[in-house]
Design a protein around this ligand. Structure first.
Ligand SMILES: [Zn+2]
Ligand SMILES: [Zn+2]
Length: 388
């Protein structure tokens, strides 16, 4: 686009002149208004969900169709949601792109429902810290594919775990993660999609259980606009005691000194089955774990943590990744967050759950079958060993 030329207007136009119909003024004088000036690029209209209102959602299933996730979120009483962009426990085989018509239908329906933000959780197999070349290449490719699908779906955020460092030193792992993200983003126009690095519980050699580690990665990727997603269960299992009032305040100041709250775009709200500092990642229903309901009320109502226009970040959501063991667990956890927030959310559909009784039966049968197959295989291997 050409640069607008400098226009010299030393004298203010006569007010009377302005009242004339321009067509009546056949004047040969140079009128600065005649000068070609490119239209300023239209300010992007902020989406409806960035209005300072409280945003609450849950991870919803894309099983069957991407549209199902939107309908589930609506029926569960959410105004925000998180999804996987493909199966989270498989390396993609076949086409990784979403057909244009499916993506367009998804974007249109989401706008109709006013759901936002839309967060995508990256594939679980991705290890951006991986040192083994094959795993690293696959991870970068899978993350790249998640980005492409996220852009197609019109997602706002893509959350990824930093990865596991294995034998590598933390400094090496952090540098590897930064480089992996940069490689995955190559030749992609991110547009409004923002990558978020999630903190971890610190299981095994997982990177990102210390806020400093997440901060270093986020800083190393600031040119790409990368931010952070903080998970309450992970914070707690990593040793940040957000269950008490004082502990929450201390953790907030640690966030401010490391990542910066202005870089925390998404919260994952999960209670923890694991005790403080237990370093294991096990989510629990809100209020049923070690963090407890009162702490979630403090978090949801904290002026700095939510979507407040003045003290928080408009559009910043609280998203659940709580277990769904019984039909209705999902709906109950969403309702619990609204209750603890002290605000009224959109009405949920009575009795709706992503887990129906029939689906639960199917899943239980599948789990038993898988467990038996694993057991049989172990038995076979043992017999073979004995023989050999
Ligand atoms: Zn999480
Ligand atoms: Zn987790």
């Amino acid at each position: 686009m050409p640069e607008p030329k400098t226009i010299l207007t030393n004298t203010a136009p006569d007010v009377n002149e302005l009242r004339l119909d321009p067509l009546d003024v056949r004047d040969e004088r140079f009128d600065p208004e005649d000068e070609y000036r490119p239209e300023p690029p239209a300010e992007p209209v902020p989406p409806a969900w960035v209005d300072g209102s409280l945003r609450i959602g849950i991870h919803t299933s894309i099983s069957g169709s991407y549209l199902n996730a939107l309908e589930s979120a609506r029926r569960l009483g959410c105004n925000a949601l998180q999804i996987f962009s493909a199966s989270p426990r498989m390396w993609s085989s076949g086409p990784s792109r979403i057909p244009d018509s499916d993506a367009a239908a998804f974007r249109a329906r989401r706008e109709e429902l006013g759901l936002g933000p839309l967060v995508i959780h990256a594939n679980y197999l991705i290890n951006l810290a991986g040192m083994q070349p094959m795993l690293r290449t696959r991870s970068i490719q899978a993350f790249h594919d998640d980005l492409v699908r996220g852009i197609a779906l019109g997602a706002d955020f893509l959350v990824v775990h930093p990865g596991a460092r294995g034998e590598a030193k933390i400094e090496v792992a952090v540098a590897t993660i930064i480089e992996s993200v940069k490689q995955a983003v190559r030749r992609i126009q991110l547009g409004k999609l923002r990558i978020l690095i999630e903190n971890t519980a610190g299981m095994g050699t997982a990177v990102g259980s210390r806020l400093e580690e997440v901060a270093t990665i986020v800083r190393g990727l600031s040119s790409l606009g990368v931010g952070a997603c903080l998970d309450t269960a992970h914070l707690f299992a990593a040793g940040y005691d957000i269950s008490t009032e004082g502990g929450l305040e201390a953790t907030i100041s640690q966030i401010e000194q490391t990542i910066g709250l202005e870089n925390v775009y998404v919260w994952h709200l999960n209670d923890s089955k694991i005790a403080l500092g237990g370093k294991v990642d096990r989510h629990e229903h809100i209020g049923h774990g070690q963090i407890k309901a009162a702490a979630f009320a403090r978090i949801l109502q904290h002026p700095k943590l939510g979507a407040s226009i003045t003290t928080g970040m408009p559009g910043r959501p609280f998203l659940l990744e709580t277990p769904i063991e019984e039909p209705g667990d999902d709906r109950r956890n969403v309702a619990k967050l609204w209750e603890l927030s002290g605000e009224e959310g959109p009405a949920a559909e009575k009795g709706f759950s992503m887990l129906t009784a029939a689906l639960k039966k199917k899943l239980t049968a599948h789990r038993k079958k898988t467990a038996k197959a694993v057991k049989d295989a172990a038995k076979k291997a043992l017999q073979k060993k004995k023989k050999g």
